[in-house]
Write a protein that binds this ligand. Structure first.
Ligand code: BGC
Length: 714
């Protein structure tokens, strides 16, 4: 018998359920603390893993409770939300998505894993790969944005970065793809709310990032809190058991979300903990995060015949296999190392990630970049001096004072006497006493950097906003600054697109900085002064009005597409359908244009490849980082296709006056879509290839190819 069979044979029911039980540690200033019951549970073998434990010393001490005091000495594993950095906090995922750079996505995950593993962690509850098309939903901040192709590329890069090639590598951690699935489609953008998703959209929009994560070898998946059409994901047999484990062949561990199994009662699909526990277990959920439902419900569920020992054994086996793959049976303390080296390199990586993430939304009179010989710059606004907020919603082990603020970043690069700083108002605008002093500084300045936005706690879990604009008195303050007539550059911090057409209209430049992480100040200062190019492009359509959401470029035409000349078409009476800024929008200090799109061959078979080439020209006087998107559109198909589908993104640095040839080889297989029977198919006929610097239809170059031999599966 191998180690796992031997252990399984020796375990009591209580110990088996223990392996399926993840308890939480609390926090004190000094680090994680365990309640007495958790300590006792570990010793009794009734707890198999913990969340929120980190720190080499704490994890070593707690591991010893299991390895030295429990009967079977099965090691624990420790999980934590290392979502965008651990000690070094990187930009939030939505910001990083804006970099459209899988190499960077992998690098930051790798760096986070190194820090987390050295802190005794084995598992991160990341990547969060929920497609989100509604900026009201606070968790849009945590994921890749609106597009499934981007979500899939980000998912695989993050899994590679966190896990590496071998889970036993003690500088890596096991990844958890979450929240499976369709969580971002919450009705009305309210967290935890139900979702209503067609099967077509589920498979073509919400599932592709999970397919990519599973193909990349993700070790764990977390079902989401919500329900689709009345079936909570925590108990979703068709999606968890039949699709994820069955069709996708996922053999890893399913970890419930926080208390989600017990919440099946509130969902209204279980009357008791025993019923809730059985529903989740039968669907294949292995670990109960929060330690109540399985430990209290499964014994009764077994007695009542709601589930059986085979299900319990299968789940315990999966947990033990994960522990074995993590190398825990060989050395349970291997990841409790002293502090990891290379802090400086990770800070520089955080700076690069931040400057690649900031999106220059507007710069009509080219006020940016600022000249380095500015006489006087006023830096105002409630976020100009903020440090802790720069970390965004998941700060993991990042300390509140660790980030560098915008004003500090600017002071490092400009002569001290050229910068005048005053916040003016506080973030929620209750305290207006500093307003006049700040306006005085602005009056005396050549230019103003106005730092506005949300607090970090206004996005992320449960932080949904029906009105995603500027909180408090920030608008009133900003209008007063604009009224002075001094050039104003707005730096916006947020976990979502903020809806502020009035601001876009009045500001001389707007930079969407999201929550850029610990190197916020240096990265933003470098961009403002032109030492680096603003590298971000929008990973989400930026609405004009909250009434437009959900808003995304991959919509279908419908039978009556928007036509301002025709009343009976799909549109609003009070504004255009188009976003304020399209997906992919983002200015560079270069001045980019595309020309000479070639697509070939004219006719291609289902197993062929379409070659696409385009010239990216920088007509400007400065170098820049160009970003080009490859879309397709299938104008006639048995199931109507989206107006645009993203199939590739290329980035290139181009010198002033330079040009660069960009090429894609697009396999026709990538053009497959789901027929009415939900099976993939490639249909004969014309396909439009559209290449542009954003999804704005006005700026796209288009050519057609013809697919000559169809292919249908099934
Ligand atoms: C969140 C998860 C997270 C978990 C553990 C839950 O509330 O939905 O994303 O991983 O808590 O912190």
């Amino acid at each position: 018998m191998n180690r796992i069979d031997t252990l399984l044979a020796a375990m009591t029911l209580e110990e088996k359920i223990g392996q399926l039980t993840m308890a939480t540690a609390g926090y004190a200033i000094t680090g994680p603390v365990l309640g007495g019951d958790v300590t006792d549970g570990i010793k009794a073998g009734t707890i198999g893993s913990l969340l929120n434990v980190w720190g080499a010393e704490a994890s070593r001490t707690i591991q010893a409770l299991a390895v030295e005091n429990s009967r079977l000495k099965v090691p624990l594993f420790f999980g934590f939300d290392v979502v965008h950095g651990h000690r070094t906090v990187f930009p939030i995922p939505l910001a990083e998505a804006a970099a459209f750079d899988p190499v960077l996505w992998e690098e930051t995950a790798r760096a986070s894993a190194e820090e987390a593993a050295a802190d005794g962690l084995h598992m991160t509850f990341a990547p969060m790969i929920d497609i989100a098309r509604d900026p009201r939903w606070g968790r849009i901040a945590e994921g890749p944005g609106e597009d499934p192709w981007v979500g899939a590329r980000m998912a695989e890069a993050k899994v590679r970065g966190f896990q590496g090639a071998d889970l036993a590598d003690i500088t890596r951690v096991c990844a958890t793809a979450k929240h499976f699935c369709g969580y971002g489609a919450a009705i009305a953008g309210r967290d935890y709310a139900s979702a209503e998703i067609s099967l077509q959209t589920l498979h073509e929009v919400y599932l592709p990032p999970f397919v990519a994560a599973v193909k990349a070898g993700v070790a764990a998946v977390m079902p989401a809190f919500h329900d689709i059409g009345g079936l909570p994901l925590t108990a979703h047999i068709p999606l968890l058991r039949d699709w994820l484990r069955g069709e996708m062949g996922f053999e890893g561990v399913l970890v419930s979300d926080y208390n989600a199994i017990a919440e099946l009662i509130k969902h209204g699909v279980a009357g008791t903990l025993a019923e809730a526990a059985a529903l989740a277990l039968n669907a294949g959920v292995d670990i109960d995060m929060m330690a109540t439902a399985y430990s209290r419900g499964l014994p009764e569920a077994l007695e009542r015949g709601l589930t059986d020992m085979a299900h319990i054994d299968a789940s315990v086996r999966r947990v033990l296999v994960l522990k074995e793959r993590l190398g825990l049976f060989d050395d349970p303390y291997a990841r409790c190392a002293p502090r990891v080296e290379g802090d400086r390199a990770r800070r520089l990586l955080a700076r690069k990630a931040a400057s690649r993430s900031v999106v220059l939304l507007s710069n009509p009179a080219k006020i940016l970049p600022l000249p380095s010989r500015l006489h006087r710059l006023a830096v105002v606004g409630p976020l100009a001096e903020a440090r802790a907020d720069m970390r965004g919603p998941w700060s993991a082990a990042g300390l509140p004072d660790d980030p560098v603020s915008v004003v500090e970043g600017l002071r490092d690069l400009l002569p001290a006497d050229s910068i005048a700083f005053a916040p003016g108002i506080d973030l929620l605008g209750k305290d207006l006493s500093g307003e006049e002093a700040a306006l005085d500084l602005c009056r005396a300045a050549d230019a103003v950097v106005l730092c506005l936005g949300e607090a970090a706690t206004m996005s992320g879990e449960a932080n949904c906003r029906a009105d995603p604009g500027l909180p408090g008195q920030q608008r009133a303050f900003a209008e007063k600054v604009f009224d002075l007539g001094v050039p104003v550059i707005v730096v916006l911090f947020s976990g979502r697109p903020l809806i502020l057409p009035w601001l876009i209209e009045r500001a001389d430049a707007v930079l969407a900085a999201w929550f850029p992480g610990c190197e916020a100040g240096p990265a933003i200062a470098e961009v403002l002064l032109g030492l680096s190019d603003p590298g971000g492009r929008l990973p989400v359509s930026w609405p004009r009005h909250v009434g437009q959401v959900p808003l995304f470029f991959g919509a279908r035409s419908g039978g009556r597409p928007e036509n301002p000349e025709d009343h009976y078409t799909s549109k609003y009476m009070d504004m255009p359908n188009s976003p304020q800024f399209a997906f992919g929008h983002g200015l560079s200090y270069g001045d980019f244009a595309l020309e000479a799109l070639t697509v070939g061959p004219d006719e291609v078979s289902a197993d062929g490849v379409i070659d696409v080439a385009v010239s990216l020209i920088n007509k400007g006087g400065r170098p820049g980082l160009g970003c080009v998107f490859l879309f397709i559109h299938d104008p006639v198909a048995s199931v109507a296709r989206p107006l645009l589908e993203l199939k590739g993104v290329l980035r290139a640095e181009v010198e002033a006056g330079g040009r660069c040839e960009l090429r894609w080889s697009l396999p026709v297989a990538d053009l497959a879509f789901l027929g009415a029977d939900l099976r993939p198919r490639i249909e004969a006929g014309e396909i439009e290839i559209a290449v542009g610097r954003s999804a704005d239809p006005e700026g796209l170059l288009r050519r057609s190819v013809r697919i000559v031999t169809p292919r249908h599966q099934g």
